[in-house]
Ligand binder design. Structure first.
Ligand SMILES: Cc1ncc(COP(=O)(O)O)c(C=O)c1O
Length: 495
């Protein structure tokens, strides 16, 4: 039960403010000494106050890696508000939290079960830990060209085949706000007495409104890593790692977090976590009620515009096991019936209509609607799409759109891991023309969009099917990420 009186406190922010005001001669880092030595051009842009609060680990400000004072208090309040047994503040994004979660649960050579459409921070976690990935395919929606979550069934099968796995990791929600069945998956995973790790980078707001999907912690996950900065009011990079239960070793999490974060963590970022937590604990329900209303208004009006649709909308049809709930604040607009790609629509919105999306893909544009949006933003969005729909089709490659849907054919079971991602990452590599890479070992991740599922990971054998698939993606207008040569003329392989 949340205690509103204590949740109104912001111990870290308050201590930082007091320190910023205190009069003393500073002979410590940072070198700008509370803004006095900062470049005037920075003061012109940002004002002075932010720099007076840019302070190091002074006595009153506690220590992120051995918290006993205000950071400890702030983290305990966050744990209470988010429903965790313990919470760690992160200053290097969910990226460092995900890396730490994998390193805290897997030794080199240990198996971890995870979907193939993971964020690059998960691959970094595999490289840092030396863990061996056991990939399962996410459910794929061929109509939308969107990969959803993994299913309880696929996790059960993977665990049956690999009962020695040390952890299961899933993405919850996906970038599109689609949620898998965490509660069921947690139950299955716990039968093996191993932890379920959630990449909940896009779900920090879930704990604060009953009309949002259940939060990962409430559904029974053991480690939840959230980018507080993505959907709540914290500053960029400011994130949290939450833990509950007794499967995970809390001391090991503290230890590995020191490996992946700066020894000079920014107090401005940490104070923003303290303030964002208090804001949500006190006002989260009303702020998200308004956000959901904005999202509803946007959907209602966009769907009235000929040629546009919002395929991921409540009441959604959960046709696939990897899609049992939806974060309605995540708005995906399909533009393919306008005869243009999502990329082209995005460019027009940005350059001509002063609206900026979060993510563009071949058919869709995705928008994050959050507590920071206003009615004017929503009006502008609707107006911009009205204008866009009134423009003549400008597509350079709309003939390719429908054929893109048939792209997804390669499955995780096709991939053959020859050496661990860690070995592959550190091994000597060479760059070869594409047609000479068959049966070599990939030194890089190659992820085509659509559908955003890596075809090759470091350490995997390059098959004929993988090469043909990648070439098809290029021909059909998709693009590649993760690789050093996105034109696909060459690939990096283990020497
Ligand atoms: C699914 C997912 N996981 C993890 C991350 C990493 O989060 P952060 O930017 O907080 O490091 C991202 C960032 O975009 C993401 O989309």
């Amino acid at each position: 039960m949340i205690n509103s009186a204590s949740q109104a406190q912001t111990p870290l922010l308050t201590a930082l403010y007091e320190c910023a005001k205190s009069s003393h001669a500073p002979f410590y880092t940072p070198g700008h000494k509370r803004g006095v030595g900062i470049s005037p051009s920075l003061i012109d842009v940002f004002g002075k106050s932010v720099f007076t609060a840019d302070l190091p680990e002074l006595t009153e400000l506690d220590n992120l890696f051995a918290p006993e004072g205000v950071i400890d208090e702030a983290q305990q309040l966050a744990a209470e508000a988010f429903g965790a047994a313990r919470t760690w503040f992160l200053v290097n994004g969910s990226t460092c939290g995900i890396e730490a979660a994998i390193m805290a649960t897997c030794n080199a050579g240990d198996k971890i079960i995870l979907p193939r459409n993971v964020h690059s921070s998960v691959i970094a976690g595999l490289i840092l830990s030396g863990a061996i990935p056991i990939f399962i395919n996410p459910e794929y929606d061929a109509v939308l060209d969107i990969a959803h979550s993994i299913t309880p069934e696929s996790v059960a099968v993977a665990l049956h085949q690999h009962p020695d796995a040390k952890a299961v990791l899933m993405v919850y929600p996906t970038y599109y706000g689609v949620c898998g069945d965490v509660a069921k998956i947690a139950n299955i995973v716990h039968q093996y007495n191993i932890p379920l790790i959630l990449d909940e980078a896009h779900g920090a707001h879930f704990a604060f409104h009953p009309d949002l999907p259940i939060s990962g912690l409430a559904a029974g996950a053991d480690i939840c890593v959230q980018s507080t900065h993505k959907t709540l009011g914290a500053m960029t990079q400011a994130s949290m790692l939450h833990v509950q239960g007794n499967i995970v070793n809390y001391d090991r999490i503290s230890k590995v977090l020191q490996l992946v974060q700066s020894t000079s963590p920014s107090y401005i970022l940490m104070a923003s976590l303290d303030a964002a937590r208090a804001q949500m604990a006190l006002h989260g329900n009303s702020l998200i009620t308004q956000t959901l209303q904005f999202a509803h208004t946007a959907r209602l009006n966009i769907n009235k515009i000929p040629g546009l649709s919002t395929p991921l909308s409540p009441p959604y049809q959960a046709l696939l096991g990897g899609f049992i709930n939806l974060d309605a604040t995540r708005l995906t607009i399909n533009v393919s019936n306008l005869g243009i790609t999502g990329f082209e629509a995005d460019e027009i919105l940005e350059t001509q209509l002063a609206v900026r999306s979060e993510l563009a893909s071949l058919q869709n544009l995705t928008f994050i609607i959050s507590i920071g949006n206003t009615q004017q933003d929503i009006d502008k969005l609707i107006q911009a799409f009205n204008t866009l729909a009134g423009m003549a089709p400008v597509s350079k490659n709309n003939t390719k759109l429908t054929s893109a849907k048939i792209l997804y054919s390669l499955t995780a079971s096709n991939s053959i891991l020859h050496i661990s991602p860690r070995e592959a990452y550190f091994a000597a590599s060479e760059t070869l023309p594409l047609d000479q890479t068959y049966s070599r070992i990939s030194a890089e991740t190659i992820c085509p969009y659509p559908p955003g599922i890596p075809v090759l990971m470091p350490g995997e054998i390059i098959t004929k099917e993988a090469l043909e698939y990648l070439q098809k993606v290029k021909v059909l207008g998709g693009f590649l990420t993760g690789c050093s040569d996105t034109t696909l003329k060459t690939l990096k392989v283990i020497a």
